[in-house]
Design a protein around this ligand. Structure first.
Ligand code: COA
Length: 407
């Protein structure tokens, strides 16, 4: 199935992800939208935005503020344009982007703003963990005490049992994402793990990662450096009808594939813990729409809320055979110098994971990579890329494919 009308990305921008003690999510969103507006090459005025789709998981719990879409429109000076909040846990941003794509493809709008925001660090870690747990099947998981680190730890154990995956392979994913994030000025952690280890007196980075004080177990076998952090941040993007794209830039990025899938909320209802059926379905739809195979995708931003999630994503998306994701990561195939660079931005692990913003943050990275403006992280000659954004432990997944070429 193709879109009825083509859609192009002409602007994208984000705040730094991290701890923003003095800023609320509305201020973060306005900053992201200002940067996004400035990123459009020409002829753009934000008053052209006809509708807004905004991803946010739960500012209700994090900031005691609901009904946030019109709030953002108001603070951005965009009322009375319709503003709709889209919620799909950590996939909220990716879903908001998809709603923007579909709204233009429907013919209703020509210029749409999409965004995502979350302000998480106002709560102490146990309360933030509790708020996040609302994105699990609370009756069967959250209330009995399973946190997200706990749920992904179960997936890691299952992958280890089934395929012989080793924790060292997960550590390689974290090392790689921190190396990428260390050269991303908007990442929460601007340091490689090698540099963090050196700063704490370790000469051998694996000794640092194996040290229980430096890298404590959060939910076995996942340790601190296997987890994405708790973050604040916002990201935004401007979508336009394909036939209008050249009014705004000579180098639009085309959305050639979009897909979304759902799966059971609770892990207990899944036959397998080593794959996300929602991501399989979302990628199947997106590949079919774009008319491409996994082999052709040059780079991908995948949802690495935990290192095991990146490993499983690279298998679900068809980049590597089942059970081979860990080996591929350990061999450096997913590094910037490898044959399939993954998470050049630093990923959720190092760039940060303000949950409602993360899916749009992934798209900001690819807007830059496909236009050749990603600085030290730039992968040469990127023409085709993919983003993969997951909600909860995989009840929701959304995949987008981007191209420099008109479909
Ligand atoms: N990776 C690496 N370092 C981290 C980190 C992470 N994920 N989170 C915090 N740190 C560092 C901090 O920078 C700080 O370092 P410093 O002592 O050198 O300044 C130190 O660890 C302690 O930070 P703090 O904020 O007190 O950590 P915490 O113990 O309260 O929280 C986690 C750590 C891993 C429990 C928390 O980040 C977490 O819950 N992450 C998962 C979030 C999640 O589930 N998201 C949804 C996914 S579906």
């Amino acid at each position: 199935m193709k879109l009825n009308r083509g859609v192009a990305l002409v602007g994208a921008g984000m705040t730094k992800f991290g701890r923003h003690a003095d800023l609320s999510s509305r201020e973060l969103f306005v900053e992201a939208l200002n940067k996004t507006s400035a990123s459009v090459d020409r002829n753009f005025d934000r008053k052209m935005i006809q509708a807004l789709f905004l991803g946010n998981f739960t500012s209700d719990l994090f900031e005691h503020q609901g009904h946030t879409a019109p709030l953002m429109a108001d603070w951005a000076g965009l009322c009375p344009a319709p503003a709709t909040r889209v919620e799909g846990a950590c996939a909220s941003g990716g879903l908001a982007f998809r709603m923007g794509v579909l709204a233009i493809a429907s013919g209703l709008y020509d210029v749409v703003g999409v965004g995502g925001y979350e302000k998480m660090t106002g709560l102490p870690t146990p309360a933030a963990t509790d708020a996040l747990a609302c994105a699990s099947d609370t009756s069967y998981e959250g209330i009995p005490g399973a946190t997200f680190p706990g749920l992904y730890a179960m997936m890691a154990v299952a992958h280890m049992r089934k395929y012989g995956t080793k924790w060292d392979m997960l550590a390689k994913i974290s090392l790689k994402n921190h190396r990428n994030g260390s050269i991303n000025p908007l990442a929460q952690f601007n340091k490689s793990i090698e540099d963090i280890a050196k700063g704490k007196g370790f000469t051998d980075v694996m000794q640092f990662l194996n040290d229980p004080k430096s890298n404590p177990v959060v939910a076995w076998p996942l340790r601190l450096f296997d987890c994405s952090p708790i973050s604040d941040g916002a990201a935004a993007a401007i979508l336009v009808a394909e036939e209008k794209a050249k009014e705004f830039t000579d180098t639009p990025v085309y959305i050639t594939g979009t897909g979304q899938g759902s799966a059971s909320m609770g892990l207990h209802d899944r036959e397998e813990f080593t794959t996300l059926p929602s991501a399989m379905e979302a990628s199947r739809q997106a590949y079919k729409m774009a008319g491409v195979s996994p082999k052709e995708i040059q780079i991908a931003e995948v949802h690495d809320c935990f290192t095991i999630a990146e490993l499983i994503a690279t298998e679900d998306l068809g980049f590597f055979q089942r059970g081979e994701g860990g080996k591929a990561a350990a061999e450096g195939r997913t590094a910037r110098e490898g044959d399939r660079p993954i998470n050049t931005s630093g990923g959720l692990k190092c760039k940060g994971h303000p949950v409602g913003a993360s899916g749009v943050g992934q798209i900001v990275e690819h807007f830059e990579q496909l236009r050749g403006t990603a600085g030290g992280r730039q992968i040469p000659d990127v023409e085709l890329s993919l983003t993969h954004n997951v909600g909860g432990s995989g009840a929701t997944a959304v995949v987008h494919i981007f191209s420099t070429k008109k479909p």
